[in-house]
Design a protein around this ligand. Structure first.
Ligand SMILES: Nc1nc2c(c(=O)[nH]1)N[C@H]1C(S)=C(S)[C@@H](COP(=O)(O)OP(=O)(O)OC[C@H]3O[C@@H](n4cnc5c(=O)[nH]c(N)nc54)[C@H](O)[C@@H]3O)O[C@H]1N2
Ligand SMILES: Nc1nc2c(c(=O)[nH]1)N[C@H]1C(S)=C(S)[C@@H](COP(=O)(O)OP(=O)(O)OC[C@H]3O[C@@H](n4cnc5c(=O)[nH]c(N)nc54)[C@H](O)[C@@H]3O)O[C@H]1N2
Ligand code: SF4
Ligand SMILES: [Mo]
Length: 768
């Protein structure tokens, strides 16, 4: 046990750490006795989350103790997984992977990183090294199932992929929220633990929260106003708002005016989209659109925020762009009480380089082989992976390294990907479970339990409602032989570099660190290496980043500044370092070549031709959208007893009017079929009648469809749920960002023979 942050009393020790399970990054307090976690609760002294916790944080105990969680590597021999030592596992990889690359080239190996990668510093910081060593174009991640549109829009407007402005909720009087449900998700691209408390405080000071969502969600229910929107209609709604702002002369960018480029082009481009013209397409009345535009423009401290519902649609980049355009023209971008750019203590790309201008971002430096989808942020769309494996020819993917990802459940038509994975010559999976994806691997390399890992939030400090620096020490020591994930990635990288398996991760890392430091710090590199000489791995990279970051000690030049040692000394029971409220950062943050905020990037203006043509497209009779539940997390927490218990969560919410139209009763099993993709594809799920749905829209959570042969998820298999993604079309993407369309898919629904409503196995995947 690591005692550095523990306080002894009665044989119990108290530990403090950040929860790595979702973007809220709550500080937790754990009590441990005799090597067992005896309680987990919110850490009240945490400077950032102040005691907030959700049931998943408590379930870290279940995750740590889950007998199904892998603790040793597995190697598939004659189709059966057998336990192996770490050396045997790396030997197997070294025996099989380099010859494949030699025979078929670097592009024949694909790599994909999933959601937990962004929550684990070791995975996140060492993934780019692996990608560089591999040199393949076949790089994929969950980003193209998620936030890529927002990153592209931010990159085009502000010049950096990571410059995402977040609502300054504690000083705002009006928040317009589209396609997000932070009461269930706890926030996304906006790290805001206890959103509910903050929204209530906004309401208590007379402010308003308005939610736009095809479901009256938990967040919508607490809002002052909720408006149903047709799935995929956000871009039309936002155009209508913007049109009103221009038509009624409500545009007043204020301080920002001198930093904006393209206001006139923008006004001309939105001219065809009068509120009356877009109303039918988005399902929100013209009067409502106009009145919301007036409120937004007329409230000095107001913010527009959009999340997954606005990204995972065919106009994801346009919608993400228009959200910040609206903030800008109504004077709320980079303003207190509006949306502001966080300034992270470490790894903030937008604090590096010359302030005020830069190279901007580019896409399409290469294209996917089969669909010719453009590269964005160095990646190809996750929905292209299956066809890259299936399609013969030079560059065909023959091997796959999956890192903390479960694409068989998380990408549209994962069944096709599942079949494709069976065709691979070799697959390695870094995962903590034998699940729907890792079962296809030849070698599985498990990570340690989160409680055995240090933690510093690299990603979500970039999107936080307040600036902060918090470090967590491991609660438990790692089991004998279990490497840190940075070590596992380093050894894999060594294999890809042709260095074999003779060199330890620490030695390989030292070599790489010296090279990187030379590249980044030039003549000062020796001093930097010397300054951090007591550290290794993730902690060493973190110390360098903190010390060279915006609050850092500059390796001694600013003795009062931040170091890893200082962050550690202020963490634990002290609850971390508060680095203050967000503050305006334009023009310093800009990295566009013009040094301005680009309101009208040419690629986005050109893309407006699509919605113009689409205005008259007939609205589908019935579409399906996703949903999140606070006791679930994407595809992988369904094996934890605390979260799995209680009511069935994978139900299809159907409005009573639709139920009457289609002859569906509450609790009945329905067959939901895709009406977009060729060939019959359907799932079965239990119907739950709900007035909270917009008529014509069904809601089903994603990430279900467990119980597949060869998996080891015993509890999840008891209530497998239906796989929403089985209905989705892997060819349907936002062409600019490559993001998958996950929302608003046309479906049909019909009742199957009645089964008892209480049936535990109510929903199952049926794949025709
Ligand atoms: N229809 C529909 N589909 C969606 C979405 C949707 O809203 N609707 N949402 C999309 C979004 S936003 C996302 S981010 C993606 C997520 O897509 P993925 O990242 O592919 O899926 P996750 O379910 O998060 O799977 C995480 C995997 O990491 C493993 N894991 C967990 N912890 C660790 C660890 O510490 N180390 C290692 N090595 N492995 C670990 C888990 O066992 C699991 O296999 O799904 C997307 N899919
Ligand atoms: N408990 C829990 N927390 C999570 C996760 C989880 O699975 N469970 N996943 C994590 C991940 S990976 C992410 S990316 C975040 C996502 O965080 P959020 O973006 O807050 O995600 P959701 O709760 O899915 O909310 C999306 C909302 O969009 C609505 N919607 C669907 N289509 C449309 C549309 O076309 N327009 C509009 N305006 N709304 C639409 C849906 O009805 C839903 O209410 O959550 C993270 N946190
Ligand atoms: S909201 Fe829950 S899952 Fe998310 S960080 Fe906090 S405790 Fe963890
Ligand atoms: Mo996500």
């Amino acid at each position: 046990m690591t005692e550095s942050t523990a306080i002894q009393s009665n044989g119990e020790t108290t530990h403090h750490r950040i929860c790595p399970l979702c973007e809220a990054c709550c500080g937790l307090e754990l009590k441990v006795k005799a090597g067992k976690v005896i309680s987990i609760r919110g850490h009240e002294a945490d400077v950032f989350s102040a005691g907030y916790i959700c049931p998943k944080g408590v379930a870290l105990k279940d995750l740590h103790e889950d007998p199904d969680r892998l603790r040793t590597p597995l190697i598939k021999r004659d189709g059966v997984f057998v336990e192996a030592s770490w050396d045997e596992a790396f030997e197997e990889i070294n025996r099989r992977l380099p010859p494949l690359i030699a025979a078929h080239g670097k592009d024949s190996v694909a790599v994909m990183a999933g959601n937990p990668t962004s929550h684990k510093a070791g995975l996140l910081l060492y993934f780019p090294r692996l990608v560089r060593a591999l040199g393949s174009r076949n790089v994929y991640s969950a980003s193209t199932l998620d936030q890529m549109p927002k990153q592209l829009a931010s990159g085009l407007m502000f010049g950096n992929w990571l410059s995402v402005a977040v609502p300054d909720i504690s000083r705002s009087d009006f928040v317009l929220m589209l396609g997000a449900n932070p009461l269930a998700s706890n926030g996304s691209l906006w790290t805001v633990p206890d959103f509910k408390g903050k929204a209530k405080a906004l309401q208590a000071r007379g402010g308003k929260l308005v939610v736009v969502d095809p479901r009256r969600t938990e967040t919508a229910a607490m809002a002052d106003e909720h408006h149903f929107i047709r799935p995929g209609g956000d871009m039309f709604f936002l155009l209508g708002l913007l049109h009103t702002v221009f038509a009624e002369k409500l545009a007043h960018p204020g301080r920002l005016a001198e930093h904006l480029n393209g206001l006139a082009e923008l006004e001309a481009a939105v001219a065809p989209f009068d509120a009356g013209t877009v109303a039918a397409r988005c399902g929100i009345g013209a009067d409502t659109i106009r009145s919301l535009a007036r409120t937004l423009a007329g409230t000095p401290r107001a913010a527009v925020y959009g999340r997954i519902g606005t990204c995972t649609q065919e106009y994801g980049t346009l919608a993400s762009w228009l959200i910040d355009v609206l903030n800008a023209v109504t004077g709320h971008l980079d303003e207190i009480g509006g949306v502001l750019f966080p300034k992270a203590a470490a790894f903030a790309a937008n604090t590096a380089g010359r302030p005020g201008s830069g190279k901007g971002v580019t896409t399409g430096r290469h294209h996917s082989r089969v669909s010719r989808a453009p590269e964005v942020l160095g990646e190809l769309p996750a929905t292209c992976l299956a066809e890259e494996i299936e399609t013969a020819g030079p560059g065909q993917v023959k091997a796959f390294i999956s890192i903390a990802t479960n694409p068989v459940l998380s990408v549209p038509n994962g069944e096709r990907l599942s079949r494709a994975l069976d065709q691979l010559d070799f697959m390695v999976s870094l995962d903590i479970y034998l699940n729907e994806t890792s079962r296809h691997a030849d070698v599985i390399l498990p990570g340690p339990s989160p409680l055995e890992d240090m933690h510093y939030d690299v990603v979500f400090t970039q999107f936080s409602w307040r600036n902060h620096a918090r470090y967590s020490a491991p609660v438990f020591a790692r089991a004998d032989g279990q490497p840190d994930e940075w070590e596992t990635l380093t050894r894999l990288t060594g294999i890809l570099q042709g260095k074999g398996i003779g060199t330890s991760a620490v030695d390989l890392d030292d070599i790489q660190f010296a090279q990187d430091t030379q590249r980044l710090f030039g003549e000062h590199s020796a001093a930097v290496v010397h300054a951090v000489s007591g550290l290794k791995g993730t902690e060493r990279l973190l110390d360098v980043a903190l010390r060279s970051g915006p609050y850092g000690d500059g390796f001694g030049r600013k003795p009062e500044g931040l170091t890893l040692a200082k962050a550690k000394s202020m963490s634990g029971a002290l609850g971390g370092m508060d680095l203050g409220e967000l503050a305006p950062r334009i023009p310093e943050i800009l990295r566009t070549p013009s040094g301005k905020v680009e309101l009208a990037p040419p690629s986005l203006l050109a893309d407006l031709a699509r919605p113009a043509a689409d205005l008259l497209r007939p609205v589908p009779d019935l579409v399906i959208v996703g949903r999140r539940d606070v006791r679930s997390n994407n595809s992988w927490m369904h094996n934890l007893p605390l979260l799995a218990k209680g009511p069935l969560r994978c139900t299809a919410l159907v409005h009573p009017q639709d139920a009457a139209r289609f002859g569906l009763a509450d609790g009945a099993i329905a067959r939901i079929s895709s009406s977009k993709v060729a060939g019959p594809r359907h799932i079965e799920a239990q119907v739950q009648l709900s007035e909270s749905m917009m008529p014509g829209v069904v809601s089903l959570p994603h990430g279900w469809g467990h119980g597949q042969p060869g998996t080891r998820l015993s509890l999840a298999a008891e209530r497998p749920g239906a796989n929403l993604n089985a209905l989705l079309d892997e060819q349907w993407r936002d062409p600019l960002s490559g993001n998958a369309v996950l929302s608003g898919i046309p479906v049909t629904i019909r009742a199957l023979e009645a089964r008892p409503a209480a049936s535990a196995t109510a929903a199952a995947v049926v794949q025709a």
